[in-house]
Design a protein around this ligand. Structure first.
Ligand SMILES: Nc1ncnc2c1ncn2[C@@H]1O[C@H](COP(=O)(O)OP(=O)(O)OP(=O)(O)O)[C@@H](O)[C@H]1O
Length: 327
């Protein structure tokens, strides 16, 4: 595997089997310090199965997993100190207050009382929970619960934070708050691994993304590179006043195009590798006495790229109903 410096995380051929079924199938990737890396895939793709192995919540069936070059399985007691885990179901105690939960979590890592209390206060402030610090966890809203669970995962100041679907099932405002907190944590130097089935969330937060489908990584790259590479060929949409018979063949004869799609009597869509300007096309249409009413060069979104790579319909990867991820 190619990387610039020693990766914080390195995974080779990681596999999780349930009976004969492979929930994670020969997964390979690395994460460098300071990155936000995302696993994007629909429900049942194998995201939780993978993150559970990476965080020691479930056993690895086969493959290798290194944290800072050390075998995780052989040194998991030591290496668990480097990682922070935010599971999809909260692991906090209902009968403790927010503060007590953080204070208790700190004790599990052997942090002295004073440091624990200081860190708990700082995290409650950072996560905007100071006002509810003495309220029992059971009375927290879902968004507050998720925030406190993230805060708890940071009590021992891990190098990397693993988040499993951090914004699923919570209200819009809390989801927004959590996304900005993740951004802030990464800005402050924390390495982040997150799983999500929201394309916009992956695009917004992750520098690199792995598309995971049926337990396998089908594509892995920098987010901006995924977009640039896939947008090399251009798609141009023409709105015309009519289409004439045989126009598809004529366009293909005249221009170096990969695809011509006559969507209706007024839409002609062309995909070209070497497109530079629309003028030759307009001239061509004019010669056929077709008026071009509008011409648009379309850009692929990450959603289009995902659908292209995986063949999976994008409505499996939408934000929750009515939710906008725009901060
Ligand atoms: N304990 C288990 N026993 C048997 N099959 C399992 C078990 N856990 C997960 N699976 C199966 O493994 C596949 C991957 O599940 P996983 O939970 O890893 O997917 P996911 O991408 O996290 O999906 P979601 O977003 O729904 O949580 C699914 O088909 C699931 O039914």
């Amino acid at each position: 595997m190619k990387y610039n410096k020693q990766p914080l995380i390195e995974v080779n051929n990681l596999t999780k089997k349930f009976g004969d079924f492979k929930a994670a199938d020969n997964i390979c990737f690395y994460i460098e310090s300071g990155e936000t890396f995302g696993f994007l895939g629909p429900n049942g793709a194998g995201k939780s199965s993978t993150i559970n192995m990476l965080t020691g919540l479930s056993r690895i069936t086969s493959g290798e997993y290194f944290v800072l070059g050390n075998d995780f399985e052989k040194n998991h007691k030591e290496l668990k100190k480097i990682i922070g885990v935010v599971p999809d179901e909260s692991n906090m105690y209902d009968e403790l207050t927010g503060f007590e939960n953080l204070f208790f979590t700190g004790s599990l890592y052997g942090i002295d009382k004073r440091t624990r209390a200081d860190r708990a206060k700082q995290l409650l402030k950072k996560f905007n929970l100071s006002e509810v610090k003495n309220k029992l966890f059971r009375y927290y809203s879902k968004g507050m619960k998720r925030k406190l669970t993230i805060a708890a995962a940071l009590m021992h100041q891990p190098k990397i934070l693993f988040l499993d679907e951090p914004t699923t099932g919570i209200d819009i405002q809390s989801a927004r708050d959590i996304r900005s907190l993740i951004k802030q944590l990464n800005y402050d130097g924390k390495t982040v691994f997150l799983t999500t089935h929201y394309i916009e969330e992956a695009e917004r937060l992750c520098e690199r993304i792995a598309f995971i489908v049926n337990g396998q990584i089908v594509k892995i790259d920098k987010t901006n590179k995924l977009l640039i590479d896939e947008n090399k060929g251009k798609t141009i949409e023409f709105v015309v006043d009519k289409v004439t018979p045989g126009i598809e063949k004529q366009i293909k004869e005249q221009f170096n195009v990969k695809l011509v799609n006559i969507k209706s009597k007024s839409y002609v869509v062309i995909e070209s590798e070497d497109f530079t300007t629309i003028f030759p096309y307009i001239e061509f249409f004019n010669k056929l006495k077709i008026n071009v009413l509008e011409a648009k060069v379309l850009k692929l979104s990450l959603e289009d790229v995902f659908v292209r790579m995986t063949g999976i319909e994008s409505n499996f990867l939408k934000t929750e109903k009515g939710e906008s991820t725009h901060d």
